[in-house]
Design a protein around this ligand. Structure first.
Ligand code: GLC
Ligand code: GLC
Length: 827
């Protein structure tokens, strides 16, 4: 069942009922100020840090769901409603929500009054602008009361939800004309305030929540709205809010437009107050209000936003035989990659914005998805991440975006972390040709006095693996590898111990983790990412070092084949007892997804047919109509030697859930191995546009990936098999976005930046006649036509560049050339 449709021309998803199977959200903002907005206008705003500068309040896991947002209320002679349906939930005569690139438009109509609200955060602007267009579509005059509503958060979202003994006494506001200022804690240690304005005279306001809503009422029936007028309340402690009240009369056909601004301002210490030493200095707020004070200025801002997105999205656009692919590649997957870049894993409807810093591995992988759009910011991000690395190549697993320092609470020793840096730096060079990043001096542990070149960071990353091998010559698994929930040194039997950071006394002497447990996933990631390091060295003329590194890669491949090939697929690990994990010999968890794709893509044992055997096993054991499960069979009991993975009921998360992030690795591997049909099958099982038809089962947004989909084993242990199979969770902020962007654009469509230029080597469904693409790359435009006359899945029979036949599949770069017309004939 669908709950809307794609409007590709406008790059929008149009939601046609407010009762989506879960709140379907969008993100506003690209730099400092961000808002989350659901299809019923729920959500919240923050400035830069979702925990420390939370501007409006939101209640996670609330009843009913999605409570708190920016709401407009209408009292039309006793009929009370919201244009976005919630929170009053009066049935509307018309409803529509359009989520677009950085903006959301919600339209509701009731009893001939149509209200259209557009929300967006302009470029270079610290505020959410809301344009409300009210139209009387009836034949009689309409007189109604109109209210806005926003609830302030007391800045630190974590403190806001637990320190009530203090919080209920600190709230402070100022009202000046039509502007309500939130100045809690401003007179003491803060230099920032927020405001909510409207560009018209008002007939009243409320700033105290209990006066507006009533202590025993809810968002769905605020007393002031029911009464039809504001109380002019003035918050003094408790819960400050901002609500404007206006009496409006519209003649038949008449329209009124109001522009509201929810803004954030920082002031230099010396200029915080007016001369009286206590009134807020409003100069900056007034300038912000002025900037979007009319519908014309509003339009101007929207136009700029559209230009910004059109430019970003124009770097890659494709026309394939499947419009679902086109809308993923050209619009939504790229959009999600940018949102994920901006937000990392901080704030979504599943990430509360108070929990996690940025992840070393997560952020490096995110780079793979957006580097073509904003290479400069990718470079900055890579340097930030690398700056939290330790001199021996190990890494802080997380870092804080505001300080950019490593997070000591989580620490390091996640075995895969360093390898992702090799991949992100390589992706940056392959995209830009900017080799100078390797010479950039980058600190270790944020200490500039021990800074070394980025190349040095890659060297220590590579050798951190080589220097930490276990008994089979495979990388030590440490606290976790890519899979945070495979914790082979934890052996936790006490609630509350973190599976990732708890040090079991058993291993304290050995440095915190077992020197026996080994990760095949990291071994394969090493053989996949390592060759990039080798190529970089060769490019720099460091042939001896390159040969030395290559020897390590070859040795690792040999070790994998000797000790980690299970006959039909690759093992997952050796546990701390030296036992195999992910083997036919195991009772449960016989096959795992993670090592397979990287092993295939680095040709481990290819001469013995490991690639096709492994792909066949994956298809048989892991594939389902909703994607590939992570492992099979699911664990049905707690294995203390494996850690968190076996704490999840089967079918969820890392225990046999469909973890979409690693599905992409198999899509890539199948494409790499020439199985374009298989690759596309796995791609379309999980790509959001393809799940649109089953939105009732999938639940989360049909325009973005989520981290996880319920696997085939979900509910099996309680006799509920199938019930939650296919159900999505944790949408938006996931490495899935980047990796699936890589899978579809670089592996299936085969348009892959390489060190020496753009490589084009598609691996597509055999029915396709071909496709075309436009790729802007290193200052030139590549107009690409792929023809598939013989209906093969893979193979470049010939390539023509500007009319000339060229060998291979890398388009040679000619200095100064601005346009490349590339024709590929497959065969
Ligand atoms: C989450 C984490 C990511 C990890 C994955 C698997 O997505 O953000 O770092 O690799 O889970 O555990
Ligand atoms: C939990 C989640 C996992 C995530 C990890 C790290 O273990 O299940 O997906 O990667 O936390 O935050």
């Amino acid at each position: 069942m669908k709950f809307g449709y794609f409007d590709d021309a406008n790059k929008e998803y149009v939601i046609t009922t407010p009762r989506t199977p879960y709140p379907w959200i969008n993100y506003l903002g690209t730099q400092g100020f961000f808002s989350l907005i659901s299809n019923t206008a729920g959500g919240y705003s923050f400035y830069k840090d979702a925990r420390l500068r939370r501007i409006t309040r939101y209640r996670y896991n609330n009843v009913p769901i999605d409570m708190g947002g920016r709401y407009f209320y209408i009292n039309d002679n006793g009929t009370i409603w919201n244009p976005g349906w919630s929170p009053v939930k009066t049935e509307l005569d018309e409803y529509e929500c359009r989520h677009g690139m950085g903006y959301t438009k919600i339209t509701g109509k009731k009893n001939d009054l149509k209200v259209n609200v557009t929300f967006f955060v302009p470029q270079d602007y610290d505020g959410e602008v809301q344009q409300v267009v009210l139209t009387n579509e009836g034949s009689a005059d309409k007189e109604f009361a109109f209210f806005s509503f926003a609830e302030w958060c007391l800045w630190d979202a974590q403190d806001d939800s637990n320190n009530f003994q203090r919080n209920f006494s600190t709230g402070r506001v100022e009202v000046d004309g039509s502007v309500i200022y939130h100045k809690t804690e401003y007179r003491d240690r803060r230099n920032h305030y927020a405001f909510y304005s409207v560009n018209d005279a008002i007939d009243g306001y409320d700033t105290d929540r209990d006066s507006f809503i009533g202590l025993y009422n809810g968002f769905n029936n605020p007393e002031a709205v029911i009464a039809g007028k504001a109380t002019n309340s003035f918050a003094d402690g408790w819960s400050p809010i901002a609500s404007h009240y206006k009496k409006i009369t519209l003649k038949p056909g008449e329209t009124k437009t109001l522009v509201f601004i929810l803004g954030y301002v920082e002031m230099p210490q010396a200029e915080k107050f007016e001369a009286d030493g206590k009134t807020i200095n409003k100069v900056k707020a007034k300038a912000m209000i002025e900037k979007y004070s009319t519908p014309e200025k509003f339009e101007e801002g929207m136009k700029e936003l559209k230009l910004y997105w059109n430019k970003l999205l124009s770097i890659l656009s494709v026309t394939t035989p499947d419009d679902k692919v086109d809308r993923m590649v050209n619009i939504w997957n790229q959009y999600q990659c940018m949102v994920t870049f901006n937000l990392s894993r901080s704030a979504s409807y599943f990430e509360s914005g108070i929990g996690r810093g940025m992840g070393f591995r997560d952020s490096n992988q995110d780079v793979l998805g957006f580097v073509h759009q904003i290479p400069d910011r990718a470079k900055e991000r890579i340097i930030d991440i690398a700056s939290t690395q330790f001199p021996d190549g190990g890494c802080y697993h997380q870092y804080q975006p505001l300080t950019k320092k490593g997070n000591a609470d989580i620490g390091g020793d996640f075995s895969d972390d360093p390898l992702w840096l090799i991949l992100s730096v390589s992706a940056y060079i392959k995209e830009t040709g900017d080799w100078s990043i390797l010479e950039t001096k980058v600190p270790y542990d944020n200490d500039m006095s021990v800074a070394q070149t980025m190349l040095d960071h890659l060297t220590v990353s590579f050798y951190h693996i080589v220097n930490n091998l276990g008994p089979h010559g495979l990388p030590l698994a440490m606290r976790a590898d890519w899979n945070d929930c495979i914790n082979l040194s934890c052996f936790s039997d006490t609630p509350g111990e973190s599976f990732q950071t708890y040090t079991n006394p058993k291993f304290a002497q050995e440095g915190g983790y077992s020197k026996v447990a080994e990760s095949v996933m990291v071994a394969a990631l090493f053989t996949y990412s390592g060759p990039n390091y080798v190529e970089i060295l060769k490019h720099l003329g460091k042939d001896e070092e390159a040969a030395k590194a290559q020897a390590e890669i070859d040795k690792m491949k040999k070790n994998i084949m000797e000790s980690a090939w299970d006959g039909d697929w690759f093992l997952r690990a050796y546990d701390a007892n030296g036992e195999k994990m992910g083997s036919k010999e195991c009772e449960e968890g016989q096959i795992f997804i993670e090592p397979q794709g990287f092993a295939i893509m680095s040709d481990v044992g290819k001469d013995q047919g490991t690639d096709l055997k492994t792909l066949a096993a994956i298809d048989e054991r892991l594939n389902t109509k909703y994607g590939l499960v992570l492992n099979n069979p699911a664990y049905t009991k707690y294995y203390i030697q494996y850690g968190e993975i076996s704490t999840y009921p089967g079918g969820y998360k890392e225990n046999a859930g469909i973890f979409t992030h690693n599905n992409a690795w198999i899509i890539c591997a199948a494409a790499y191995a020439g199985q374009g049909d298989q690759a596309f099958k796995y791609y379309s099982e999980i790509a959001p546009a393809f799940t649109e038809e089953t939105s009732d089962i999938h639940k989360t947004e049909p325009y973005v990936y989520g981290q996880m989909i319920g696997g085939k084993d979900a509910g099996a242990d309680i006799g509920q098999t199938g019930k939650n199979f296919g159900q999505g969770k944790n949408s938006w902020l996931t490495g899935t976005a980047a990796w699936n962007m890589v899978a579809i654009s670089q592996y299936i469509l085969g348009i892959q930046p390489d060190f020496d230029g753009l490589s084009i080597n598609p691996s597509i469904p055999h029915e396709w006649d071909g496709f075309t693409a436009i790729r802007r790359y290193r200052g030139a435009t590549y107009n690409i036509t792929v023809k598939n006359p013989n209906h093969v899945c893979k193979g470049v029979a010939s390539m023509e560049v500007n009319g000339q036949a060229v060998d291979g599949c890398i388009v040679p770069i000619t200095d100064g050339q601005k346009e490349y017309n590339v024709v590929i004939t497959m065969g």
